[in-house]
Design a protein around this ligand. Sequence first.
Ligand code: KIV
Ligand code: ZN
Length: 385
Amino acid sequence: MERIEIYDTTLRDGEQSPGCSLNDEEKMRIAKQLEQLGVDVIEAGFPASSPDDFKAVRDIANEIKDSTVTGLARCMKNDIDACWEALKGTENPRVHVFIATSPIHMACKLKKKPEEVLEMAVQSVKYAKRFFPQVEFSAEDASRSDMAFLIKVVEAAIKAGATVINLPDTVGYATPKEYGDMFRYIRDHVSDSDRVCFSCHCHNDLGMATANTLASVEAGVRQIECTVNGVGERAGNVALEEAGVALHVRKDVFHAATRLNLKEIKRTSDMVSQLMHSPIQANKAIVGANAFAHEAGIHQDGVLKNPRTYEIMSPSMIGLDQTRLVLGKHSGRHALVEKASELGIHIPDDAVNTYFQAFKKMADSQKTISDDDLISFFRKEKMSI
Ligand code: KIV
Ligand code: ZN
């Protein structure tokens, strides 16, 4: 099994999503929960961006013991200094420096020539290395960069002392094959590439963040950057719970293991959703309200006979109590009897058909049927049967 490090950026990239900002106390609660969850690295903020971010990174770094805490810095001395001030009290401190390498970012955003960007990357990694034993270097918009230039930058960053090389799909544009191939190509063509850990960082603009992340693991990436519930800029980042659980459930394919305590997934997801005021869509993989719910009669019957018929993982694995049988117009007899029994109501065998016909009539006229609806239904039917 290959060991995959989980790098959580909920408190930095995730907090950049509109309406999701957090106060210091909320950030600390989430950081402690991420530590419980077993993430390897917590990117707690961007210290140079504001006094609040600086304080949050420093306080979290001083509190968290079982995860490495890091902060983001542009390729600028001031940013790296702010990270050092915030992180210098920690064991094995790590900084994350980044600069864009794609033609459009260099020309339109940075207004710099490629050689200038290369020089800034080298000088910044060298400068960061004076303080930090661990230096992560990110080539922002790597997936839209010229590969020959990317090789130069990555090779120079490694030579300057980078220990982790992150190649983000900043705008969620790459396909899984392209993203995996990029890592293969870079690892094959950069000298000393085996001295560093390669990291992925996927955005979800085309809904491919999880697929891209997993494709990069197959191409040798050993660190996954992600956020809880996939919060983040625009369509968000890859969701920690999707990548983490996929690696676990499909270890037959990925041959990889993380340090995640999966039973903490649901608790972490609920906390982030609540504190960021960011509701989770019902059909969201792993943590959506319907992820372990079954309405169709054939599915309910199968799950009651053996949960593995329609569940590829058990809800308890992520810290959920149980599978939810949702009664509705597609439900069958078996589910009605089971649900009634959960509510303490026994339906005698010879009455099942009569109850079921009456139930179907009610279900046809209602979108959802709550436990209370069902209890009133049984009271009413009992009187008339
Ligand atoms: O999406 C991105 O490229 C980033 C970098 C700062 C790593 O968030
Ligand atoms: Zn990002």
